[in-house]
Design a protein around this ligand. Structure first.
Ligand code: PBG
Length: 325
């Protein structure tokens, strides 16, 4: 048999495969979401996210040091707000002594090189578990944007390197960028959750922060998963409004969107490999149905291949360790 082109030549052994690999995962690609709780000496495993924890600030610091020593450069902070501090204005979100603000300071004091990003949305602070202010059953856009601006400035004041609005209100990137400029935070970045879909895969995250919507769903602000062109529109608008990084979320079921957005924008694209994606791999691994370590690396490599420059993932620490061998 005569074959002019034998594609298997480049797959012959691991040496040649690594020579021609188009996508190489490194710890520099990762953003680590951290769940932070009030109190001291608290490490609480999230039931629907096995081996993932919500920690008090002291343990968070230990974890951040650990992550940095593994080559991870960035964390994304989420806090669990006490019930008595929740309301319909979200005002605890810009309390200068709030849990988020104290966490930012503590992390920047302990590991100044760690790039600290913060979630900006009202859901952990909302009695309704919605990302914005609720009026007559509606999540009102413009008032919410005003709250998100206050929240962003408060995070920047506490020392956040980058704010990450995950709320999907219209016009918030321009408003936040404008306010950061006015307040002289010219070095504070914005990672916009640009194409964030109304997804059932956020369930475990809402367990972690006790932030499930109290009524209805998030479909009037988060995107319809039937849509693709709309994701490009959102990403281009956020880029235009001043976003430094645009995000697609969730990850795995949306890799077509990742590529589409990557081809359209000129800023880095991040992808959020979300809680439900984490839970699915953990569950299948527990049943013995997939090899967990292989599933982690294959998943993250696929997300990067699709076009992600950065990946927010609960697997970051595991992956950083796996990549060392
Ligand atoms: C809320 C927010 C959510 C996530 C990040 N920020 C949940 C939601 O929109 O309901 C989900 C992250 C995950 O599932 O891992 N603004």
């Amino acid at each position: 048999m005569y074959i002019q082109r034998r594609n298997r030549i480049l797959r012959k052994n691991s040496s040649v495969r690594s020579l021609v690999a188009e996508t190489v995962l490194t710890p520099n690609d990762f953003i680590v979401p951290l769940f932070i709780d009030e109190g001291e000496n608290i490490i609480h495993e999230i039931p629907s996210m096995p081996k993932y924890f919500r920690r008090s600030i002291d343990h968070t610091i230990t974890e951040v040091k650990d992550l940095y020593s593994l080559g991870i450069k960035s964390v994304l902070l989420f806090i669990k707000c006490k019930d008595e501090l929740k309301d319909n204005t979200g005002k605890e979100a810009w309390n200068k002594d709030g849990l988020m603000q104290r966490s930012i300071k503590a992390i920047k004091d302990a590991v100044p090189e760690m790039y600290v990003m913060t979630d900006v949305a009202l859901d952990p602070y909302s009695i309704y578990g919605h990302d914005g202010i609720v009026k007559d059953g509606e999540i009102v856009n413009d008032e919410t944007v005003e709250a998100l601006v206050k929240m962003s400035i408060s995070h920047a004041t506490a020392g956040a390197d980058m704010v990450a609005p995950s709320d999907m209100m219209d016009g918030r990137i321009a408003a936040i960028r404008g306010a950061l400029e006015e307040e002289n935070f010219s070095n504070t970045g914005i990672m916009a959750y640009s194409a964030k879909y109304a997804s059932c895969f956020y369930g475990p995250f809402r367990d972690a922060l006790d932030s499930a919507p109290g009524f209805g769903d998030k479909k009037t602000y988060q995107m319809d998963y039937a849509n693709r062109i709309e994701a490009v529109k959102e990403a281009l608008m956020d880029e235009e409004e001043g976003a430094d990084i645009v995000m697609v979320k969730p990850g795995l079921p949306y890799l077509d969107i990742v590529r589409e957005v990557k081809n359209a924008v000129q800023v880095p694209v991040s992808v959020y490999n979300i809680s439900g994606e984490y839970a699915m791999i953990k569950a299948a691994a527990k049943m013995g149905w997939v090899d967990e370590n292989k599933a982690i690396i294959e998943t993250l490599t696929s997300i990067k291949r699709a076009g992600a420059d950065l990946i927010a993932t609960y697997f970051a620490k595991d992956a950083a360790k796996l990549l060392q061998h």
